[in-house]
Structure formats: structure tokens, C-alpha cells
Design a protein around this ligand. Sequence first.
Ligand SMILES: *Cc1c(COP(=O)(O)O)cnc(C)c1O
Length: 364
Amino acid sequence: MTFPPLREELRGIAPYGAPQLDVPVQLNVNENPYPPSPECAADIAAAVADAATSLNRYPDREFTELRQALAAYLSSDTTQPVTPAQVWAANGSNEVMLQLLQAFAGPGTCALSFAPTYSMYPEYARDAMTEWVVGHREDDFSLDLDAARALVLERRPAVVLMPSPNNPTGTALPPEAVAVLCEAAGDGIVVLDEAYGEFRRPGVPSALDLLPEHRNLVVSRTMSKAFALAGARLGYLAAAPEICDAIRVVRLPYHLSAVTQATALAALRHAPALLARVADLRAERDETVAWLQAQGLRVAASDANFVLFGTFADRHRVWEGLVERGVLIRETGPQGWLRVSVGTPAEMTAFKDALVDVMKEQAA
Ligand SMILES: *Cc1c(COP(=O)(O)O)cnc(C)c1O
């Protein structure tokens, strides 16, 4: 017997996590480089102080006020209004998606995505005892719709998980692709993970627009990226009310603390100021794409707050060279590619200087 008596399929597996190295320029986990403004931070602190006076009580299990605020916020980003009954939230969108698999997948079913895709998905599937199936994207990271339809029809996944914009490539899924997946999935759930939705380029629609047409569509969002609130852990989704209702069966009692609810509500009141920062980051992203292209590199078109670029014969050496120069990016994506999160102008200058230096050194 081995101790502890871990489930057999979990033995020898290292816990997930990007390296948290102490390096001056951190561009590796797609965080928002701008902390909440002093006004927003003060508002959060006051809201938490207020919540503190009643922490002897369990929080509102249905987070009614937060659902209303999230629905109002989403309604500002779509042609179709979203109602509070269409909203669900949890401690990060990672928890939201795990709950979806707990509720709708499980033993005897499979979950499906198309690689390259978010590296956490197979872990949710494993934890929900669900088979993991991956199809593949084209060389430009788009989806071949006929092949995608065929795979969904063949495997009949209980849940399809698609990041859009995709992590790690930055690629947004066009509405036609969402429609193909939703139709092919039948009664299976199709999750469009729009963790980076607010960073999409002008003219790129959100899958929120398609909710009225597909009852099996779920659009997942998070306050971790655009809202600069990764430390608070608040993710949410919009879907048919029946889907939100069903998730309540698997959620843990009072899963969203009163402190979390107060924090998220306060931050949502500052949405306009936070979204102005998002506009700055999008401009910085577009500039980074153009600059990398001008260096003769391949660059994936990005609708997110990061850029995938390459390709390098030995990407690990390039990554290491950058770390030596105080810049931490992410070694992820297909062989030869690297991903850099968009930081402040000063951080991007440090990244560019370091990359030029590393490429010169390694060419020599
Ligand atoms: C960052 C990210 C999330 C957000 O996770 P949270 O748990 O909300 O912090 C979700 N999906 C993808 C693809 C991401 O990259």
C-alpha cells in the first residue's frame, strides 16, 4: 500500500501552476499590470469593512445583488440583455467550469476541446472523472468547421470547452464556429470561455450575442483579467436559467463568501474606469504584435491581453535568456512558441530590450 492512498490516476502528478519566480518584470500569467485605482481599492475596503460586521452569518447563498450587477454589466457588452437568472458565479471561472463538469459530465462521458487550448481543462475533466478528448486547430489556430463538427458528432461530448479568445494563441472563435459546435453538440453543453472577452478587437463579437439562439451555450467570464481582480477570485457565466439552476445542485454550501461578494460588487461599480485601462492594454497589445512582426518573428493574431510568438529552435533557451535579464514570460503553446502577457509600457520596453539582446546573443 502507498500512503496517502491517493486515487490511482492522481499518483505522481505535480500540482498545476506557472512558476512564480521573483523577477522584476512578470509577464507570464496574463494578469492585468494595473492594480485597482486608489478609489476602487478604497471602495472595496469600505465594502469589506461593512460586510465584516455580519460575518457571524452565512452569506446570501444566491448572491442576488451580485447576480444583478453582473447581468447589468454583461448586458452592456451584448446586443441581447442578460437577466440575473441567466447568471452564475463562483470562486474564479476555474471553479465555474469545474462545476459545469461536475453537473453535466462525469463517469462514462467525455469533455472535448481543440488544441492548442487552455491547459487547465484536462485537469477539470480528470477531477470530474470525465474522459478528456482533444481535436486540433489549423496551423493558423483557427477551427476547421467540418472536422470540428465531425469530431463532436462522433464523440458526443457532455461538455465542449473552448476558450475564445483562445489561451495560449489569442484567437477568437467566429460566431459561425460557435453555431456549428452548439448544433453538433445536441444536448451537450458548449462552454465559450471568454476570460479575455473584454480585450477583443473592435468588430469581434462576443458569444453572448448568440445565447438566445442556443440553449446549450454557456459563456464564461472572469474578473481576473480585464477587471484587475485576479486576487479576489470571482468568475461567472451567462447561460439559460435552467443551466444556472442545475449547477446549484453541485455547488458547495455558501461557496461565495460575503467578503468575495462585497469585493466584486464594489469593483463592478468601477467598471468604466477599469475598462479604460483595458483600452490602453489593447493598444499596447497591437503595438507588441507589430513590433514582434518587425523583428521577423511569427506572431499569432491576438484578441487577448497576451501575444504568442516564435518560432524558436530552442524556445527554452530564449525563455531562460529573458529570465536572466529580469523578464518572466511563459513557455507554453505548440513547440517553438512563447507567450508574453501585455504589461505596462515600461514593462514592454524591458521585454523588447531583453528579447533583442537574447536573439542577438543566441544568433552569435
Ligand atoms: C485566466 C483564465 C481564466 C481565468 O481563471 P479564473 O479562475 O477566473 O482566475 C479562465 N480561462 C482561461 C482560458 C484563462 O486563461
